[in-house]
Ligand binder design. Structure first.
Ligand code: CA
Length: 225
């Protein structure tokens, strides 16, 4: 197949890397393997893969720094491999724009399913979004450019923060449950919990200021406008 999609797996544990390589290739992807963060970044700049699967504990620079470096140049989706609960909090809390994570030990089938879901979501977003949404007089959500402007000034948001804001904006005036937000933004096949939504709402409020009419609806979830 000529047009198979290229992924990169950045993982220093060769057993895990080989396992993922086997399953991802069986699912029709081309796979680049890197055992260090530095090598991973090099391969990314050479081959421009469509998605990165990124371990956090790497021998040279850790996965958070690799993700940061990726984000300077691209919006490529990143799926984190995490080993500990503390790492999950950092994945969710840091403004890295991680698209998803799986916790070790994981099933390689699950990783393949997540990869496919992330890539599908990316395509759906491109097709559906061709407009600029507004919230009140001050907030503009420019879907084609994936840009948020507050009184005309661009505010940088992580990938999922932007998606969450866009989803809330499309449903202005409607109280949405955390589960509805998870399904709508992260996808029904995402295994995250309510905490994910809360963390991202907190970031939106922090970055977009007190004038953003994003209300907590007790016992339900959140409502914009
Ligand atoms: Ca590791």
């Amino acid at each position: 197949m000529v047009n198979e999609q290229v992924l990169i797996v950045i993982e220093d544990d060769s057993n895990i890397a080989d396992l993922l390589d086997t399953y991802l290739r069986a699912a029709g992807f081309r796979v680049l393997l890197a055992a260090t963060g530095g090598r991973g970044l090099e391969l990314i700049s050479q081959h421009a893969p469509v998605l990165a699967i990124l371990d956090i504990g790497l021998p040279d620079i850790d996965g958070f720094d690799v993700c940061r470096a990726i984000r300077e140049a691209s919006t490529m989706p990143v799926l984190f491999l995490t080993a500990r609960d503390g790492e999950i909090d950092r994945v969710l809390g840091l403004e890295l724009g991680a698209d998803d994570y799986v916790t070790k030990p994981f099933s390689p089938r699950e990783v393949v399913a997540r990869v496919k879901a992330i890539l599908r979501r990316g395509q759906a977003t491109v097709a559906a979004d061709a407009t600029v949404l507004t919230v009140g007089d001050d907030y503009e959500i420019d879907l084609p450019r994936r840009e948020v402007r507050v009184k005309g000034n661009i505010v940088a948001l992580a990938t999922r923060e932007f998606d969450l804001l866009a989803h809330l904006t499309r449903n202005q005036g409607i109280a949405l449950t955390r589960q509805q937000l998870l399904d709508g933004v992260w996808g029904v096949d995402w295994y995250g919990d309510d905490r994910t939504v809360d963390v991202h709402v907190r970031q939106l409020r922090k970055k977009l200021g007190d004038d953003l009419p994003l209300a907590t609806v007790w016992g339900i979830g959140y409502r914009l406008g």
